[in-house]
Design a protein around this ligand. Structure first.
Ligand code: RIB
Ligand code: CA
Length: 314
């Protein structure tokens, strides 16, 4: 049976590639809907991008709902230097022809999960800041019974990327992340420890460029990513947001550890840190439930091959 998934996203270049991988995997993944969240770009931009992506990828019947305009407490922190002023690198998307399904993101997501038939459950796949997921779980706590797990891109057991200590999605809304990590819902954390091993090189991008018109759009996004301050001169780019989807397709290609997980919600250089809270991360001395399965390793060659295989299906 196909797995029900809900994508929460801030497209965003790597979000776009991940959504393309998901739409190329509907034989295994039933995409119940997409909610947008302010992150890589403003809520207006990421929402238009999500609508445009569903048209580009042949999924315009999939619900797209507009989510949180800003984090629970912090200020939005778009990263145009990495994703471009329109959020999709060198691709300037047309105004989407289709319209939003709803502008009430968390409420719509609650109804979508509540209304799943019988014993069916939802797998939540957040690949941006966790604001919407925190609002969902905080506003409708009983909905946890219909969520089988949250497979999220975020966090790090070691160094960060937006700061020396924190990964962007967690750093952008640390209070939301702490609420989600403490919700009691089983969590798989696809953090930088594993996502920085999940790479595409210029070789793959040139292959995309020679393929069809849709792959050429992916290539134009990725070329910007390559040129960005995050990856300039590094020879490869991390496909962070594709990791949760490929994990759901073949989890045996990944390995990890169960840990107690808290998020640092300070204002200092530890903001968004997920590695040393509640005692030393790896040597936690507490009796708290190990609520998070932290991915640490992957068959990196398989990841690149599998992601490309799906991107080439269009
Ligand atoms: O740290 C990587 C994450 O931050 C990804 O989700 C990327 O899209 C950015 O949002
Ligand atoms: Ca993202």
């Amino acid at each position: 049976m196909r797995r029900n998934i809900w994508i929460d996203t801030d497209p965003g270049i790597d979000d776009a590639i991940a959504i393309a991988a998901a739409f190329a995997s509907t034989d295994r993944l039933k995409i119940c809907g997409i909610s947008t969240v302010a992150g890589n770009q403003t809520i207006d931009i990421v929402t238009d991008n999500a609508l445009w992506l569903t048209e580009l990828l042949g999924g315009k019947e999939v619900s797209v709902v507009r989510g949180a305009e800003h984090p629970l407490i912090r200020r939005p922190h778009p990263v145009g230097r990495v994703h471009g002023e329109h959020g999709l690198g060198y691709v300037i998307p047309d105004k989407p022809a289709r319209t939003l399904t709803s502008a009430q993101g968390a409420a719509f997501l609650y109804q979508a999960i509540r209304d799943l038939p019988g014993e069916e459950k939802m797998t939540l796949v957040p690949i941006g800041p966790l604001t919407n997921i925190a609002l969902l779980l905080g506003t409708y706590p009983k909905i946890r019974q219909k969520i089988d797990q949250i497979v999220l891109m975020g966090g790090s057991a070691r160094e960060g990327n937006i700061t020396a200590t924190a990964e962007y999605n967690i750093w952008a809304d640390p209070e939301a992340a702490e609420m989600v990590f403490q919700s009691g819902v089983p969590i798989v954390m696809c953090g930088l420890d594993v996502t920085m091993k999940c790479l595409l090189t210029m070789e793959e991008i040139l292959k995309l460029k020679k393929a069809g018109p849709i792959q050429q759009q992916f290539a134009r996004m990725l070329e910007f990513y390559f040129d960005s301050t995050a990856y300039r001169g590094k020879g490869s780019v991390a496909m962070h947001d594709s990791v949760p989807f490929l994990y759901l397709l073949q989890e045996e290609k990944f390995s990890g550890e169960h840990h107690v997980m808290h998020v640092s919600c300070t204002e200092d250089s530890c903001r968004g840190m997920t590695c040393v809270c509640d005692g030393a991360y790896t040597y936690s001395q507490t009796e708290k439930p190990q609520n998070v399965y932290v991915l640490k390793d992957v068959d990196a060659a398989w990841f690149t091959q599998e992601l490309m295989e799906r991107l080439m299906r269009y």
